[in-house]
Ligand binder design. Sequence first.
Ligand code: ZN
Length: 324
Amino acid sequence: MVVWTACRVKFDEPLPPKGAEVTCVDTTCKWGVSAEMTFGPIVLLVAAILIFLGLAVWLGARIRRKRTARAAATQEFPAKWDRLLGSAFPLYRRIPTEVRDPLRRQMLAFMADKNFEACGGLEEVSDEMKLLVAVQACLLVWDDPRVPPYPELRSILFYPSTFRHSADLQFAADDEGVLLEEGSSPMLGESWDSGSVVLSWESVRRGGSNVEDGMNVVIHEFAHQLDQEAGSADGLPRLRTVAEHREWAEAFGAAWEKFTARVHHRRDLVLDPYGATNPAEFFAVASETFFEKARQLRESYPEVYEQLAHFYRLDPAEWRRIVT
Ligand SMILES: [Zn+2]
C-alpha cells in the first residue's frame, strides 16, 4: 500500500503512480483525499480554462479580422487607384472586366487586413506600394471565397532593394522588423509559412512594370504562400479533390522532367532556370510565366498551363494584348 498525504506531497513527496491506492495519514491534513482527487482536477481545470481563454482570444481576433475585411471590401475603389495601377502594372489593363470587380474587392480586404511594414531604412509604405502588392497577390485568389484573402498571412515587409538571405539565419527582431544576416545571398523576396512575406520594393516595382519578361517577385512569393497553405512547400497547393491532386501531380511531374532536362542541356527556355531548384520553385516560376508569358507557356507546357488556368480560374493567353 502506498502511504502518502495530500499535504506533504505538495512539498516533498513524489506523486503516486496513477491508480495507486492512496491513504491520507497526516492528521493535520484537512483534505483527507488522494492527490489525484485533490490536485489532478485543479490542474486539469486550470489547463482547460487556459485553453478555453486562448481559443476565445484566437477566435475573437479571427472574427474581428473577418468583419474588418468584409467591411473594407464594400468600400468604393478609388478611381485614382485604377489610374495608378494602369500605369504601374500594365497587366491590370488586360484583366477582363468580370474579373476586375471581384479583384478590387479582394484588394480592399487584403489592404485592410495585412500589416505593411517598412524595413531596412525604408521610411514608409505608400499606397502605391500596398496597391502594387495587393493587385498581384489578389490576382491569384480573385474568386477565393475566404475572407480575408490569404487568411494565414499577417505581415508584408518591404525592404528598399535586395536584402540578405535568411535560410539559416539568426532571426532577430529590431525596431524596424526583421534583421537579416550579413554575408549571405541577396534576395528579392521571401515567403514564410509563419505569416509573412518579405519583398524588395525595387523588385516589386520593376516586376510590376515589365509584365512580359516572366519575372515577377510578387506572383512568385504569393504562389509560395498558396503552396505553404497546404503544408510544406512542395509545389502542390491546396486543391479540392483527389482527382485534381492526381491530375496536378501527373502534369507537373511530366513537365518537371522535361524542364530539368532542358535546363541541363542549356536549351532555350520559356521558364526561368531557377525553377529547376525544386518542385516548389517550379510551381512559383510557372505561376510567374503563366501571367507574363502566357502564350509561350501554353505552347511549351500545355499541361501545366491547363492546370494553372484551372487553379487560378483565369486564361491569360486569351487576354487582349496591351495597347501602349
Ligand atoms: Zn521561390
